[in-house]
Design a protein around this ligand. Structure first.
Ligand code: MAN
Length: 342
């Protein structure tokens, strides 16, 4: 059920990271409990104020400072058909650059920034186009952040960890391009750690959900494909895992996003066996699809995308990005989702 006062956060609710920038979108928060509160780790996408006659977009330079690229908007070598991407002289850039912002709440709907918990920015050449869509997994007392690191080298998965949200350990790129939508499981299975991830293989294959395992959280192997896109269905073009799967009496319950050829993003569920590389059941129809006005129109309309929830008994308190612009909440029931998979 959608929260009646959605959206709970919009770009106007936060100040830009610096004066020259404007927040264009809030997207796809990681979600966790810490210090007795619910926290969101929000993807904040910014771009420079646009001037007449030119298109400008941000990049990190070699010294990790934000610089602005400017190109004449009349250039025949400029392709702006996708609001998320700028194609110029054969190279692709992002229209916005994302960083991650922490906000906390005691009631789960009113969120505020807290002094001492600063923003997280891209930190080197592998993150020069920004960092995005962070999953947060609490595993054996440590929070693991798995997020998308974007640069001219490609779209990859990076990991950091923390226990206090002030000091972070960097694991570097745990998966090379092209890969995103990575989440760790929140417990070991046997003596192995597991992650779900989403490599892309556009010529043969596609955008499928994979699983990998590790003994030390740094080196990942035994990659296996868990689920593929399905022709003619709501998840025909791309799929990707949400956050850590939920352990239920019937197996691992995973919420995932699926998009079709028209870039319409919905949510569905999969039930995996005790061996999480085996799918037992999967949503024929979405468990949530864009229908509210804020899900139908916005920066990139027709999008519901989640990578964070907390589970309280049967209740899944889920936070999601709508139309790549605002943040919303919906409460789901584990039992109802399991029923829908029968
Ligand atoms: C896609 C979209 C964008 C994102 C890039 C890079 O184009 O998901 O929002 O910035 O990929 O990850």
């Amino acid at each position: 059920m959608r929260y009646a006062n959605n959206p709970i956060l919009t770009p106007r609710d936060l100040a830009p990271s610096q004066e020259s920038m404007k927040i264009e979108c809030l997207l796809n928060p990681g979600v966790f409990r810490f210090d007795g509160k619910t926290w969101l780790l929000i993807r904040v996408a910014e771009r420079p104020e646009q001037r007449e006659g030119e298109i400008s977009f941000p990049l990190l330079d070699d010294a990790n400072r934000i610089t602005v690229m400017r190109v004449p908007s009349s250039s025949p070598e400029l392709d702006l058909s996708d609001p998320r991407v700028i194609s110029y002289k054969g190279s692709d850039y992002l229209t916005t650059m994302s960083h991650l912002r922490l906000m906390s709440s005691t009631d789960g709907v009113r969120f505020a920034e807290e002094p001492g918990y600063g923003p997280i920015f891209g930190s080197d050449a592998y993150e020069s186009y920004g960092i995005e869509d962070c999953r947060v997994t609490l595993l054996e007392g440590t929070y693991y952040l798995t997020y998308t690191a974007v640069s001219a080298n490609g779209v990859a998965v990076r990991m950091r960890s923390t226990t206090d949200w002030k000091r972070f350990t960097d694991y570097g790129l745990v998966l090379p391009p092209h890969n995103k939508d990575c989440t760790l499981f929140d417990e070991r299975i046997g003596d192995l750690y597991y992650m779900l991830h989403r490599p892309s293989s556009p010529e043969i294959g596609g955008n499928y959900i994979w699983i990998a395992e590790s003994r030390d959280l740094r080196h990942w192997g035994n990659h296996r494909c868990v689920a593929r896109t399905r022709k003619g269905m709501w998840d025909s073009a791309r799929i990707g895992a949400g956050c850590a799967p939920i352990r239920t009496g019937e197996g691992w319950l995973m919420i995932y996003h699926g998009a079709d050829g028209d870039n319409r993003y919905c949510l569905g569920a999969m039930l995996d066996a005790a061996d999480p590389s085996k799918v037992l059941a999967r949503s024929d129809r979405p468990i949530m699809e864009p229908s509210a006005p804020y899900e139908l129109t916005g920066f990139f309309g027709n999008v519901i995308f989640t990578n964070g929830h907390i589970v309280e008994g049967d209740r899944i308190v889920m936070y999601y990005g709508a139309s790549d612009e605002v943040i919303c909440r919906a409460d789901l029931s584990v039992r109802e989702i399991l029923e829908s998979l029968k």
